[in-house]
Design a protein around this ligand. Structure first.
Ligand code: FEO
Length: 393
């Protein structure tokens, strides 16, 4: 239950959720942290809290540093309950604290907790002096909730952006230079693909606003604190928010009796023939939140399903719903499948792709019952042609 000094007088006092594996449908195979930060100066400030069941852990960390009743300000950068869930209990231990939040944050906190707390509502650029340090606030609506805001401490060149730049990783280590960049990048990409992806325009605006600040350290509300790789993760956020992809293909499918799977692997062979990197994901064995990371990186996304009950398989339907909600743009799409009669699955997939604004250069492939060798060769040729298209950029 030790706190960790992130700079002189500012401490990480959050909670580590080692066992978490499901974050509203997102497979968190490495667990997560909820990061809260305590500033001890002329005034004592707590920035964000933790999920309700880790309150005691956070309180123990705070108590090891200071009497919690000395907290004067409690900054709520974001209402979602993984960060505000311990606010009610925290305010019982810090009865004189004023909650600082955005206009939407005030509404959200009152709707969540039905309490008559004293709140100080801030707008973008507002500052509050807490002794030798200043808290400056910037509203970042829809990154990723309407209430989202970030806190900046210019004297420390420290940005506390809440969910932005987060990663779901439970670790003993607190700083990016104590961890492996590849894992950090993978988890930050997965986080972006599953949480932030629909809000690219808002992310761009937030990045533009933050570019004017002098930043040496970024302490998000999940995962590790950026102090070495911050320029690299900002550059990644710029690419992701612009829906930029790599020249590679992703094939996602499920299968009933193996026919759609044979089509999937024939398409794979076509990409191999074209010399284009390709990833294949079976929805029976891969979680949709991990597949979204592949979608984030891939220029072409191919989705296959057999027809079942006049539609797609439930696994494919679940993936399509998730994909449509996360709204990746600028992709080349292609649908394929097999059927006994009816054969509606391919059209259903194409409709989702068209609604996302994807380019569908070729009509989908729909094979009755079991594809023969000639059909598989034609499918492979389609994969190769899609590969050639990708190479053109
Ligand atoms: Fe980490 Fe939007 O909550």
């Amino acid at each position: 239950m030790e706190p960790v000094a992130i700079t002189s007088g500012i401490y990480w006092v959050g909670g580590i959720d080692w066992d978490l594996r499901n974050f509203h449908g997102y497979l968190t195979q490495r667990g997560t942290t909820y990061n809260a930060y305590l500033i001890i100066g002329e005034k004592v400030v707590l920035i964000d809290t933790v999920k309700h069941y880790l309150f005691d852990e956070m309180l123990a960390r705070i108590r090891s540093l200071i009497d919690p009743s000395k907290i004067e300000y409690l900054v709520s950068n974001h209402v979602e309950m993984d960060h505000s869930g311990s606010l009610p209990k925290m305010l019982e231990h810090a009865p004189n604290a004023t909650v600082i939040t955005s206009p939407q944050g005030e509404k959200g906190l009152r709707r969540h907790y039905k309490q008559d707390w004293e709140m100080h509502v801030v707008k973008s650029g507002d500052t509050i002096s807490v002794g030798k340090r200043t808290l400056q606030f910037f509203l970042t609506p829809m990154v990723h909730w309407p209430d989202s805001m970030v806190t900046y401490i210019p004297e420390e060149k420290l940005l506390l952006p809440n969910d932005a730049f987060g990663q779901h990783i439970a670790t003993f280590e607190r700083f990016d230079d104590e961890a492996c960049w590849d894992i950090l990048h993978e988890e930050a990409a997965k986080y972006y693909a599953n949480i932030v992806l629909p809000y690219g325009e808002q992310v761009k605006k937030a990045l533009d606003a933050l570019a004017t600040l002098d930043i040496a350290m970024v302490a998000p509300s999940h995962g590790l604190i950026w102090r070495r790789y911050f320029p690299k993760i900002v550059e990644a956020y710029q690419r992701w928010s612009a829906h930029e992809t790599e020249n590679r293909a992703l094939i996602v499918y499920d299968t009933m009796w193996g026919s759609t799977e044979r089509l999937a692997y024939s398409l794979l062979e076509g990409f191999e023939k074209a010399g284009v990197p390709v990833t294949i994901r079976n929805l029976k064995t891969m979680h949709i939140s991990d597949i979204m990371t592949d979608v984030l990186h891939s220029k072409a996304v191919l989705i296959g399903s057999p027809t079942l009950n006049n539609g797609v398989l439930p696994t494919v339907g679940g993936f399509l719903t998730y994909l449509a909600g996360l709204r990746p743009r600028n992709r080349i799409g292609f649908a394929f499948g097999s059927y006994g009669w009816g054969g509606q699955a391919v059209k259903e997939i194409e409709t989702v792709m068209k609604n996302l604004g994807w380019r569908l250069p070729y009509e989908g492939i729909n094979v009755q019952y079991i594809p023969d060798e000639e059909q598989l060769l034609a499918v492979k040729e389609t994969g190769k042609k899609l590969g050639e298209l990708i190479k053109k950029g």
